[in-house]
Each structure stands twice: as structure tokens, then as C-alpha cells.
Design a binder for this molecule. Structure first.
Ligand SMILES: Cc1ncc(COP(=O)(O)O)c(C=O)c1O
Length: 396
């Protein structure tokens, strides 16, 4: 063997994710796991039954690379029904992918050249920076700042946003509702970002996987419906969060035809197609009655309140997130060190796993995450209550 490293340069810096570390610790210490962001309850019976029916009725061979027509039509209908995203042509503007994760990589592969810059908000969902690096591009981060006296919700400075854009900017990578802050971008914020993109001739990837987990008075604005963004935006979403079926990995992109073609060129050689029977069932899911989507939101609202109350009893304050199923609690007054030390203490001594958010920040902004811990509330009441009981006993 040569002395060369086994690892290719593009994966060498990555290491294992913090989720693996904390899940292993949670298992080892019998901790209640509020770290990982997947529900501990299952998706709707009608949708699971539709997948079963699809398999037994023989929808088991490769789907067309862009996705089953029935699902592309359901995606277009759903966009108009919930977000006023009209005019989606299922044949030329939609590609079905293996989760939003594959979609994000394919957008970058299809639109971004080595040496280009991608503007992204920090904290960052963990796959973004790795994917940006995979295509040889450079991430430029805009820090999101926590609520304060002048700002009732997470916010960004227009000057810092402007400074992140430059002559090499190719793409703005947005996430609304945002993981892990729970921020829901307003129409005004999106319009402002649209003007920056127009000035720099940049495209937009809008990751909207939490589009149905938004709490009043906030509401979800689909970026592609904002006039300043309409012609330049690739919407990315998936059914994982909306239908509590994260293991299905059925996602999609919606974009104007020329942008869809760029993404499709990558997708055809990344996975070619996504599991056919699950696509058929996802079409049924997207057409569920309004009551399903209202119920989902109400249940998550109740879970959010339950976790906030439990944290408060343990002396941890947290801003109620506007969307997503995560919240960031303030740990700075606990005297247990920074977020990594705090989360290690929590999982080994208190019996609750949370995620240290500094891992979601680039080096220059890491300090912004040091006084916070991320808790997921996509868990059943019994699990949230047990976590609260342990936190109160262990931290009070
Ligand atoms: C912001 C964000 N984007 C994308 C994903 C991945 O979505 P999928 O499971 O559909 O690949 C997640 C999952 O946690 C997420 O939080």
C-alpha cells in the first residue's frame, strides 16, 4: 500500500457527526433522546396502507427519473393548495429525489461550479457545508442572531447579509422554517434577500422541509412565491417531517424548467430514481384532507408548550420557536461550561440527550452557539414528560 491516506480529500475533514456521538452516549447511559430529530411516532395509517397496496399491486420497478407522474401532480397541487404556489407544471418543473438530502446535493451539483460561493445562514443544518465543499464551492455565512429587546424573533443584520454577497456568489441556500433556531423568514426578509440575489445574479435553494410545522402568529411563506425570488428559486422539500415518515426519504424539488433541468441532470446520475411504491404513497399523503395538516400543527404546538414548561421547571429558559420541531434553550446561566460540556453532562449525569449547537456554526461564529442547547420535541408526551422530570431533578 502507498503512504497515501485512504480518505479522499473531500471526506477527510468531515469526521463523524455529533448525532452519532450523542446517540451512542444516550444508548450507553440510558438517556431520553431529545437530540435526534426524528419522531418517535408513526405516519398516518392511510399513507402506510397506500405503500402496502402499491407494493402488492406491483409498483415495484424503477420509476421515471423525474418521479412518478401521480406524485409530481400531487406536489404541484399541494404547492397551490397550501402556499399559493400556482403554475407548477408537473412535467417540466418537478423532480422527485431520495429525501431533501439528495435534492440539496443535486441542486449544488447542477448549479454551482468549483470556486463559486454559496451564501448560507449560520447556524447551518449539518449537511449544507459538507455538500458545498463536495462541489468545490466556498460557504459564506450570515449569522442569525437570537431575539433581543429590539427583535422579538431570530434576526439577521441587513449589512451582514449584504457583505456575504460578492462577485463569486452563485447561490443563496435558505432554510425556512429554520433548523435549529425555529426561525420562519418573513415575506419582507425574503424580498430583501431576493434583491441581493438579483443584484448578484444568484440562484436560491429554499429548503422548506418544515413547511407544515409553523406556529401562529408566524406563517410559512414559500420563497418561490415572493416576486423578487420567483424566477430564480429551487424549492426543496420532502414528506419526512410533514408525515412523520423520515425513514421513507421521499423528497422533491420544484423549479422553473431551466433550473429543474440543471438539477435533473445531476439527479439522473446520483440515484436515477426514488423508491416507486413510496412515491405512490406520498401522492396519497400530499392529498390528505386539511384536517390532517391542521392536526399536525396543533399536536406540535402542544408538544412545544410541554417541552418549554418542562425546561422552565428545570430553570432553563428558551424562546418559543416559530417553526420546526427544535428549540434552543439558554444554558449560559447553569455554570456547567459551554454547550459541549453541558450536553455531555446532561447525557451522562442527568439522563437526557440534547445537541450542542456550536457544531452548526462555522469557526468565526462558533461563540454564538456556546450558550445554547438544542432539544427536539418530535417525541411522545411520555418521553417529553420523562425528560422534563429528569431535567428538573438533575439541574434544579
Ligand atoms: C433543514 C433540513 N433539511 C433537510 C433535512 C433532510 O430531509 P430528508 O430526510 O428529507 O432528506 C432535514 C432533516 O433533519 C433538515 O432538518
Amino acid at each position: 500500500m502507498s503512504g497515501r491516506s485512504i480518505l479522499a480529500q473531500r471526506v477527510a475533514p468531515l469526521g463523524t457527526t455529533v448525532f452519532s456521538e450523542f446517540s451512542a452516549l444516550a444508548l450507553q447511559h440510558g438517556a431520553v433522546n431529545l437530540g435526534q430529530g426524528f419522531p418517535d411516532f408513526d405516519g398516518p395509517d392511510a399513507v402506510k396502507e397506500a405503500a402496502h397496496q402499491a407494493i402488492v399491486s406491483g409498483i415495484n420497478q424503477y420509476a421515471p427519473s423525474t418521479g412518478l407522474k401521480v406524485l409530481r401532480e400531487a406536489i404541484a397541487e399541494h404547492g397551490a393548495r397550501f402556499h399559493g404556489h400556482t403554475g407548477i407544471d408537473p412535467d417540466t418543473m418537478v423532480t422527485v429525489t431520495s429525501g431533501a438530502t439528495e435534492a440539496i446535493l443535486c441542486v449544488l451539483l447542477g448549479l454551482v461550479d468549483p470556486g463559486d460561493e454559496v451564501v448560507v445562514f449560520a447556524p447551518v443544518y449539518d449537511s449544507y457545508d459538507a455538500n458545498i465543499a463536495f462541489v468545490g464551492a466556498r460557504a459564506r455565512h450570515i449569522p442569525l442572531r437570537p431575539p433581543d429587546a429590539a427583535h422579538p424573533t431570530w434576526w439577521f443584520s441587513p449589512d451582514e447579509a449584504r457583505a456575504a454577497f460578492g462577485p463569486r456568489t452563485r447561490l443563496l441556500l435558505l432554510n425556512t422554517p429554520h433548523n435549529p433556531t425555529g426561525k420562519v423568514f418573513t415575506r419582507e426578509e425574503l424580498a430583501f434577500l431576493g434583491t441581493l440575489c438579483a443584484e448578484h445574479d444568484a440562484y436560491v435553494l429554499s429548503d422548506e422541509v418544515y413547511e407544515h410545522i409553523v406556529f401562529a402568529p408566524a406563517w410559512h411563506v414559500r420563497a418561490a412565491t415572493v416576486p423578487e425570488l420567483a424566477g430564480r428559486t429551487v424549492t426543496v422539500s420532502s414528506g419526512g417531517k410533514t408525515f412523520s415518515l423520515t425513514g421513507w426519504k421521499v423528497g422533491w424539488i420544484i423549479a422553473p424548467p431551466a433550473l429543474r433541468d440543471a438539477v435533473q441532470r445531476a439527479h439522473q446520475f446520483v440515484t436515477f430514481a426514488t423508491a416507486s411504491p413510496l412515491q405512490a404513497a406520498m401522492a396519497v399523503a400530499l392529498r390528505l384532507p386539511d384536517a390532517y395538516f391542521e392536526g399536525l400543527r396543533a399536536q406540535y404546538h402542544a408538544r412545544r408548550e410541554r417541552l418549554l414548561a418542562g425546561l422552565a421547571r428545570a430553570g432553563l429558559s428558551a424562546q418559543a420557536p416559530e417553526g420546526s420541531y427544535f428549540l434552543l434553550a439558554d444554558i449560559s446561566q447553569k455554570g456547567l461550561g459551554d454547550d459541549l460540556a453541558f450536553c455531555r453532562h446532561l447525557v451522562t449525569r442527568v439522563g437526557v440527550a440534547a445537541i450542542p449547537p456550536s457544531v452548526f456554526y462555522p469557526p468565526e461564529h462558533k461563540h454564538l452557539g456556546r450558550g445554547l442547547a438544542r432539544f427536539a420535541f418530535c417525541k411522545s408526551d411520555a418521553v417529553l414528560d420523562e425528560a422534563a422530570r429528569r431535567l428538573e431533578a438533575g439541574l434544579r
